[in-house]
Design a protein around this ligand. Structure first.
Ligand code: NOJ
Length: 548
């Protein structure tokens, strides 16, 4: 674990993402909770991560898995209490694990007191100014104010009903109607979020993950989205006004003796625009989704790594490496498909998948990302090699599924409650005989459990533990330079392989058909194949770390 006083810990940290609803169920009601996390902190310590990022644990109707926050200063009763959260933050820190919480500045729940007040106060009221209420277009006002398309598909406006029952104004929601967008031109919105940051920083959290961080600022004229737009011209994406917000958040974060950290969820195709959020007085890091969306292809991954490093260098921020999260298809499944790239719009039921191939590649990808400079994010269950679960349609809860008209399986397939034990009614997710988990676990889930993998040296869990231990003990693997290698063991590196040095450690990943020989006398630190073997070359879909 990182040194308790290392102010730069975040530059090369390994951050484990906990989706509280699906991690561990302490009270047996079928939903994961803080009690469950507290019981399982030892797993995270043994895994060797530096910090835990919790997706929203606040009071919420859970219309979007908690990204619809009703009260930032309360823990949802399904998860526990504020006292338990405080205890959890302190206990984790005792184990050397820092805590990062989610903040969701773009929107709140439609049950948030501000939104209720806005609905009650009616058109023209100051309460409505905290949101985006507008009259509809057309003679009867029954056409939505813009044709902006939601990230969850469908429209971004919902019409309200006036107290007298007549149709009223419309309000903007880039996601579901239960997630009204806030108006960041309003001083209350700014003040409130800075207070929320202080509320959690005062409770010892080490930083925040900022949800949908490129969306909160809107062009107040609410124009249509042009067919093509230049930097900063989109009406609700990557607007220049965002930077001032994050600068003031940075000032709040820096005001603590142990400065807090800002991590942005930023989906932007332009790597240079992305890097602007990481200038010295803004966020510390942001999720590098470009890498995650690329297929298992050496050229694609090499290009992504290069672009990422080039874009981060001028602003001096470390890159991040993310293989998955609670929104995307699990790597074991993704890399076992003919099209192994990730695209929200392309998700379909019944996509043929070779889990054996995907599993081998996910192991190699773990070693690849673990060797790259910067911070590493690890989504719960990826250390167990869990596949994406194709759930029965009647079990799905994710609004993305419903808003696609049932075409997109949605995101619940990567949110299935974790298996901790080989057997038991929920494979150890909750107490045996407790309520059924909120999403059904597939048969055989226990074979992938922590218990089943713990003492198996060939398991994904064993690989992750070894990988994180070596990463920790090798100074060359921290944030720093990466040097591409043209040749290994005197032979040119094939086009379908990646080879680079980090200090005196070299990482070789083979995505092609021909074995890539390793130097004969190489000090093999780690490889993604069977640890009982000592390969002299890196085989297809495997990776190795050698002392260079
Ligand atoms: C990104 C989050 O990761 C996702 O789960 C959520 O649905 C949207 N932002 C909206 O808050």
């Amino acid at each position: 674990m990182s040194d308790g006083h290392d102010a730069e810990w975040w530059r090369s940290a390994v951050i484990y993402q906990v989706y509280p609803r699906s991690f561990a169920d302490g009270n047996g009601d079928g939903t994961g909770d803080l009690a469950g996390v507290r019981q399982r902190l030892g797993h995270l310590r043994d895994l060797g991560v530096d910090a835990i990022w919790f997706t929203p644990w606040y009071r919420s109707p859970l219309a979007d898995g908690g990204y619809d926050v009703e009260d930032y200063r309360a823990i949802d009763p399904a998860f526990g209490t504020l006292t338990e959260a405080e205890a959890l933050i302190a206990e984790a820190r005792e184990l050397g694990l820092r805590t990062i919480v989610d903040v969701v500045p773009n929107h709140v729940s439609d049950r948030h007191p501000w939104f209720r007040a806005a609905l009650a106060a009616g058109p023209g009221s100051p309460e409505r100014d905290r949101f985006w209420f507008r009259a509809g277009r057309g003679a009867r006002g029954d056409e939505m104010p813009t044709r902006w398309v939601s990230d969850f598909q469908g429209s971004t406006w919902t019409r309200t009903t006036n107290p007298d029952g007549t149709p009223g104004e419309w309000y903007l929601h880039l996601f579901t109607p239960e997630q009204p967008d806030l108006n960041w031109d309003h001083p209350d919105v700014r003040r409130e979020h800075e207070e929320i940051l202080r509320f959690w920083f005062d409770r010892g959290v080490a930083g925040v993950r900022i949800d949908s961080a490129a969306l909160p600022v809107k062009d107040p004229a609410l124009p249509e989205v042009p067919e093509a737009w230049g930097p900063g011209e989109h009406p609700h994406l990557d607007r220049d006004g965002l930077h001032d917000i994050y600068r003031s958040w940075r000032a709040v974060a820096d005001s603590y003796d142990e400065p807090r950290v800002l991590v942005g969820e930023i989906w932007l195709p332009d790597a240079r625009r992305f890097a602007r959020y990481l200038r010295g007085d803004e966020m510390h890091t942001a999720f590098n989704f470009d890498f995650m969306t690329r297929p298992w292809d050496a050229k694609e991954l090499r290009e992504s790594i290069r672009t990422t490093l080039e874009a981060h260098a001028p602003v001096g921020a470390p890159p991040t490496w993310v293989l998955s999260n609670h929104d995307v298809t699990r790597p074991v499944t993704r890399y076992g498909r003919e099209d192994s790239s990730f695209d929200f719009a392309a998700k379909r039921f019944g996509t043929p998948t070779d889990l054996a191939v995907g599993g081998r590649r996910a192991r190699a990808a773990a070693l690849l990302t673990g060797a790259l400079p910067g911070a590493l994010y690890l989504y719960q269950g990826d250390e167990l090699g869990l596949p994406e679960v194709e759930l029965p349609v009647e079990a799905i809860q994710d609004p993305m599924h419903f808003r696609s008209g049932g075409v997109d399986p949605g995101r619940d397939g990567c949110r299935v409650p974790l298996p901790w034990a080989r057997t038991g009614s929920s494979y150890g997710f909750g107490p045996d005989g407790g309520a059924a988990p909120w999403l059904p676990q597939p048969d055989g889930w226990g074979d992938l459990s922590v218990e089943a993998q713990e003492d198996d040296p060939v398991s994904m869990l064993a690989l992750y533990r070894r990988m994180l231990a070596v990463r920790r003990s090798e100074p060359g693997l921290r944030d720093g330079d990466l040097v591409w290698l043209d040749a290994v063991a005197g032979a040119p590196v094939p086009a379908r392989a990646l080879a680079f040095a980090r200090g005196d450690v070299a990482c070789v990943v083979n995505l092609g058909p021909d074995p890539v020989p390793l130097p004969q006398d190489a000090d093999l630190l780690l490889h993604s194949g069977d640890p009982a073997t000592r390969p002299t070359s890196v085989l297809t879909d495997t990776a190795a770390w050698v002392r260079w």
